[in-house]
Design a protein around this ligand. Structure first.
Ligand SMILES: Nc1ncnc2c1ncn2[C@@H]1O[C@H](COP(=O)(O)OP(=O)(O)OP(=O)(O)O)[C@@H](O)[C@H]1O
Ligand SMILES: [Mg+2]
Length: 339
């Protein structure tokens, strides 16, 4: 059995090679004081509502482990859910990672996998996996630009001939938009909105582009009492715009450090957006107008990384090409932290 997983700041995605099923849940673990552990959807429902006796943990931030035990619990949960009838729980594991993780951070992921029962753990760059799912010709000598818009990380990678030519990332993503709205509501309206409510509001504004804004529930900081606030669309659009500006900068960095032939390929073929952030319907138009290159968004962009992991024949053939696989994992020369 070969488990593949994309552990994210907001969500985890997992599957077993040979099966089409994908498990997709919020990356949250709840520990109840009397010993029960709750993972995923049920734990996420408690966010912002948990009493002191329940500790809520978001164990991944920007591809790095923040809480080892929770990551192990999540991986065990994936095995239990995806292979309910298996007697033997020994498995191989491939994890998607962003570029630029330190060796220590990579080793922590390997350790988590082994502690969850994996007898072998491999790491693969998430944008490479996403490119496989998006059917990009990454084996040919053509430049393909993939941008993964996550909750905690945004990564732009230029891929060609099975390798990462250059990769740039910033430790910011969709959750930065949510946090900015929370801060603005506090500063401009003395109103505290919970992070779950803000994320739902953002999704609603991305779904219905005609809506002028929406009323949300929260706490009036002047009175200290529960209250409602109308959040205008303008506030959300301004924050999405600011995020778009940083994506444009990131793409500029990825392109400016690559050979001109590959940059030319990208201008022709365009950029492929994956990750949950690609669901922001405004983002395509904003990027097309600012970059003047085509923008492609695959169906279900948030599933691209895990689907690529499931399809990647490198993973299945890896017994004979282990060293090559590792090469893909290693940060490229151009890889660096954008922020
Ligand atoms: N329909 C939608 N409209 C707007 N934003 C969305 C939508 N769906 C998801 N998102 C945003 O996408 C982000 C989550 O994407 P994703 O699941 O790819 O991130 P992640 O893998 O958990 O994070 P990371 O890879 O950065 O660690 C969140 O910020 C979420 O609000
Ligand atoms: Mg992700």
């Amino acid at each position: 059995m070969h488990l593949v997983a994309d552990l994210g700041t907001s969500n985890f995605y997992a599957g077993v090679i040979g099966s089409e099923n994908v498990l997709h849940e919020p990356c949250v673990v709840a520990y109840e004081k009397w010993g029960q552990t709750i993972i995923g959807v049920e734990a996420h429902k408690m966010l912002g509502r948990n009493p002191d006796i329940i500790e809520l943990i978001k164990p991944i931030d920007g591809g790095c482990i923040q809480h080892m035990d929770s990551v192990i619990e999540i991986l065990k949960h994936c095995v239990r859910t995806l292979t309910p009838r298996r007697v033997s729980r020994k498995f191989e594991l491939t994890l998607a990672i962003p570029s630029g993780l330190t060796k220590v951070e990579e080793r922590a992921l390997e350790e988590a996998g082994k502690s969850a029962g994996a007898n072998r753990v491999q790491l693969l760059n998430a944008t490479v996996a996403a490119a496989v799912a998006a059917n990009l010709p990454i084996e040919s000598p053509t430049g393909c630009l993939v941008v993964n818009l996550g909750a905690g990380v945004t990564e732009a990678s230029l891929l060609s001939m099975r390798g990462v030519v250059s990769s740039h990332r910033m430790r910011r993503g969709g959750s930065m938009i949510d946090q900015a709205i929370v801060e603005r509501a506090k500063k401009e309206h003395a109103f505290h909105i919970g992070s779950r409510t803000v994320e739902e509001l953002k999704h609603e504004m991305c779904r219905d582009l005609e809506s002028p804004g929406a009323e949300v529930r929260g706490r009036n900081l002047r009175t200290g009492l529960p209250d409602a606030l109308f959040v205008p669309r303008k506030m959300i659009e301004e924050e999405i715009d600011a995020y778009c500006d940083s994506i444009v900068d990131l793409i500029g960095q990825a392109l400016s450090s690559c050979p001109p032939e590959l940059a030319g390929d990208v201008v022709e073929r365009g950029v492929v957006l994956v990750g949950g952030g690609a669901r922001m319907s405004q983002i395509e138009g904003k990027l097309v107008s600012r970059l003047n290159i085509p923008v492609v968004i695959p169906d279900e962009p948030e599933l691209c990384v895990v689907k690529g992991l499931l399809r990647s024949r490198w993973i299945q053939n890896n017994r004979t090409s282990g060293s090559y696989f590792r090469k893909l994992v290693a940060p490229s020369q151009g890889a660096q932290d954008g922020h």
